[in-house]
Design a binder for this molecule. Structure first.
Ligand code: SAM
Length: 285
């Protein structure tokens, strides 16, 4: 096909993932990041921020279901949820499916991600296009937003980009302490914690930082085709409920493409190399 281009994301200087694209649908620099929206042959439309593959039409559910439903099902009665980042709307869509959730605040620093997601990813951004009453969308820094809240949220989902640019401050002890204050006494947070294959030191550092703030920290993973080695980690930090022992008292919304009742617990069963990375700071790749 004439005019066929490719886009590559470099997970490390020596490992990249390349997709063939038919065209670049949109590209712009905002005050926060470089945004690209491309039409790929493999995954359909894709959102890329600062050269990092964020989400795609074809695989978005693998990430959005696992970062949303695993923590929401650990908490016995989540009512108030804060989403930091998540400007594409995928996490908000999944969180709004829980009837017990009565308030969802989404705070993304870049309004252009929100606007472009509505335009190019209407399925992922469906609740941004037709917001239910319980959804409140804010454009601002999630760090500042969290600082202004105390003893309010049951679950905070940090669906942020990589720790470069605006996302950097979301991976610090200071922010985790602020998020802990923003939670109710039995609240919990979850953060996308990067790749246990190409970002092992970062995964270890996130685990240690959260352990300094929360009594319970557990990591789980999901297979996300768009991400390096198709494996992506999440870090769940909790004041009271332990995902390994929590009794699941509700039925999860359905249908789902990835999440199911068995995966609620099995996603926390980690391979040895992953445990060595988390607990010992020993790296395999
Ligand atoms: N990785 C997700 C996925 O797989 O679907 C997508 C992540 S979402 C697009 C990442 C968002 O984090 C971006 O929209 C970015 O603007 C936002 N972000 C980065 N730093 C932020 C901050 N400090 N406060 C709020 N939002 C932030």
């Amino acid at each position: 096909m004439s005019g066929l281009q490719t886009v590559t994301e470099w997970g490390t200087p020596n490992l990249g993932q390349t997709v063939k694209i038919t065209k670049v649908l949109h590209e712009e620099d905002t005050p926060f990041q470089h945004i690209q929206i491309v039409d790929s042959l493999q995954y359909g439309k894709m959102l890329i921020l600062d050269g990092v593959f964020q989400t795609s039409e074809k695989d978005e559910w693998a990430y959005h279901e696992m970062i949303s439903h695993v923590p929401l099902m650990v908490h016995p009665h989540p009512e108030r949820v804060l989403i930091i980042g998540g400007g594409d709307g995928g996490v908000a869509r999944e969180v709004c499916r829980h009837e017990c959730v009565t308030q969802v605040d989404l705070c993304d620093i870049d309004g252009r991600v929100i606007e472009l997601s509505k335009e190019y990813f209407p399925h992922i951004a469906e609740v941004l296009l037709n917001p239910p009453e319980k959804l409140h969308v804010h454009v601002g820094d999630g760090i500042a937003f969290t600082k202004n809240v105390e003893d309010f949220y049951d679950v905070i989902i940090i669906d942020c980009s990589d720790p470069i640019g605006p996302g950097e401050g979301l991976f610090t002890r200071e922010f985790y302490r602020s998020a802990c204050r923003a939670l109710r006494k039995d609240g919990l947070i979850v953060q996308q914690s990067e790749s246990p294959i190409v970002q092992e030191p970062l995964v270890h550092d996130i685990y240690c930082a959260m352990k300094d703030v929360f009594p319970i920290v557990r990591s789980y993973f999901s297979h996300v085709p768009l991400y390096p080695a198709c494996m992506h980690s999440f870090m769940l930090a909790s004041k009271v409920y332990d995902p390994l022992t929590a009794e699941i008292t509700r039925k999860a919304p359905s249908p789902m493409r990835y999440y199911n009742e068995e995966i609620q617990k099995s996603c926390f069963v980690l391979p040895n190399f992953y445990k060595e990375c988390l607990f010992e700071g020993k790296y395999s790749f």
